[in-house]
Structures are given as structure tokens and as C-alpha cells.
Design a protein around this ligand. Structure first.
Ligand SMILES: NC(=O)c1ccc[n+]([C@@H]2O[C@H](COP(=O)([O-])OP(=O)(O)OC[C@H]3O[C@@H](n4cnc5c(N)ncnc54)[C@H](OP(=O)(O)O)[C@@H]3O)[C@@H](O)[C@H]2O)c1
Length: 235
């Protein structure tokens, strides 16, 4: 099995890399990082520097990795150094909104575009993306977080549309949108005070939950949105 984890240096990504290495010791595992190359995880793992906002870099990596079974995208942002998710409409800022799209939406589109060929060769192709339940339009009861919600809703629409195209062109391929639950990583760190007791998960717990969902998914489940506990979420 050949696997690529994009954003393997992040909280969730790193835990997924470790879980895959434990569960599939014979797998060839490639992972990407941008700023933080994990120093403790260099064995039996091929790291690639990748800025997912740069299509030329994605294309270049796809030319190196020409056969893959799974591509898992764990890159995303919720806040930057000076901006966080909006509490109200007046806080909306075009640059921050575009930054959300650049990191949360477009990379998966570009990864699918350039790695489609590598996945087509596989008998069990998976293209799985860590989305977020707040990207569900049907589930939106609290409002706020305009940019993050919209970028994840756009991501979800993209994944659904991709699944439909690949049902025609990559019959064994499975496209999944996944919600990890609130996970203790730098991304959620500023917002953890309001998380109910027992609902802030470790990245290891989340990786343990998500990996079987990815591994056991069948082509009949392509284009669906699943939470960490296996429940299907509404779009
Ligand atoms: N944590 C949660 O509670 C939670 C809840 C719902 C959904 N999610 C989703 O889960 C995913 C993973 O989040 P996380 O909590 O693991 O976040 P995280 O710990 O902050 O990790 C973010 C990852 O994104 C990478 N990255 C950022 N900008 C990049 C760029 N331009 N090019 C390439 N890589 C880039 C980082 O790489 P470097 O560190 O190497 O720079 C890092 O690997 C995100 O999509 C997030 O929206 C998380």
C-alpha cells in the first residue's frame, strides 16, 4: 500500500501518519509538511516539503509519486496570528476569507486534480479530506465563523462533485469528507475553553477513529460526509 498524507506535520495529520505506520507496517508512507518537519518521525517515512497553496509544487510532487492508494489531506486553518473566526458579519474581512479558501478549499481540489492519475492505478483508491461539521449547511444552528464555515461548505461541495465524476472515471475510488470532532491541536487551541468536558479529543483518539472509516469505506459510500464516530453527517 502506498499512502500520501498531506499536512502530516499537523496535530491530526501526524497522528494519522503514526496510526497508518502501526496498522500497515509494510506500507510506503509519504507525508508533507510546510514549516514544521517532525524530527521524531523520520524512519520509514518519506517527508516532502509542500506548500499546498502552490499548484506548481503539487504538480511537481504528483510527478514524483505516480502510484498511490490513499491520499489524505489534513491541511487546514481556523485562525491566523492576527485574525480569528468571525463572531459577526461586521468582522468579515476579504483577505481572511480568501485565506480560508486558499487553505481549506482549494488545496483538496488541486490535490485531486494532480493525483487522480496516481490513484487511478489503485484497486482501493481513497481520497479523504479532513473537513469540519461546521461546514454543514443543514447543521448550522449557531451562526458565526463565516469564513471557516463557508470554506468547509465549499470543500464539501467540491468533494461531492468530485465523487460523482470519479464514479464514472475511477470506479473503485472512494471520496470521503471527514469530521474529526474537536481535537487538541494548535488549530483549536484558542477555542478549547468552551468545549464540553470529554469532548476535546486527543489526535491519537481521532486517528484511531478515522482510520477504520477510511480503510473500510466502499465505493458505495463515495461522496459522503462522516464524523469520527462513523455517523453520517448532513451536507
Ligand atoms: N482540531 C480541531 O478541533 C478540528 C476540528 C474540525 C476540523 N478540523 C480540521 O482538521 C484539519 C487538521 O487540523 P489540525 O487541528 O490538525 O491543525 P494543525 O495542527 O494546525 O495542522 C495544520 C497543518 O496544516 C499544514 N499547513 C498549513 N498551511 C499550509 C500550507 N500553505 N501548505 C501546506 N501545509 C500547510 C501545517 O503544516 P506545518 O505545521 O508543517 O506548517 C500542519 O501540518 C483541518 O482541516 C481542520 O480544519 C480540526
Amino acid at each position: 500500500m502506498k499512502v500520501l498524507i498531506v499536512g502530516g506535520s499537523g496535530g491530526i495529520g501526524k497522528a494519522i501518519v503514526k496510526r497508518i505506520q502501526e496498522s500497515y507496517p509494510n506500507a510506503t508512507v509519504h507525508a508533507t509538511y510546510l514549516h514544521h518537519l517532525p524530527q521524531d518521525m523520520r524512519e520509514k517515512l518519506q517527508w516532502h516539503a509542500l506548500d499546498v497553496t502552490n499548484e506548481a509544487e503539487i504538480k511537481q510532487l504528483s510527478e514524483q509519486l505516480t502510484e498511490l492508494d490513499w491520499v489524505i489531506n489534513c491541511v487546514g486553518i481556523l485562525h491566523t496570528q492576527d485574525k480569528g473566526p468571525e463572531k459577526n458579519l461586521q468582522s468579515l474581512d476579504i483577505d481572511f476569507f480568501q485565506h480560508n479558501l486558499m487553505l481549506n478549499t482549494l488545496p483538496s481540489i488541486m490535490l485531486a486534480k494532480h493525483f487522480a492519475k496516481a490513484l487511478t492505478q489503485s484497486h482501493s483508491a481513497r481520497f479523504a479530506v479532513i473537513s469540519a461539521k461546521v461546514g454543514s449547511i443543514a447543521d448550522n444552528k449557531l451562526g458565526g465563523w463565516y469564513s471557516y464555515r463557508a470554506s468547509k461548505a465549499a470543500l464539501n461541495m467540491f468533494l461531492k462533485t468530485l465523487a460523482i465524476e470519479w464514479q464514472r472515471t475511477m470506479k473503485r475510488g472512494v471520496v470521503l469528507s471527514l469530521h474529526p470532532g474537536t481535537t487538541d491541536t494548535p488549530l483549536s487551541q484558542p477555542f478549547q475553553q468552551s468545549v464540553p468536558k470529554g469532548k476535546l479529543f486527543t489526535p491519537e483518539y481521532v486517528a484511531n477513529c478515522l482510520l477504520p472509516i477510511i480503510a473500510n469505506a466502499t465505493p458505495a459510500q463515495t461522496g459522503r460526509f462522516f464524523a469520527y464516530d462513523g455517523t453520517e453527517l448532513p451536507w
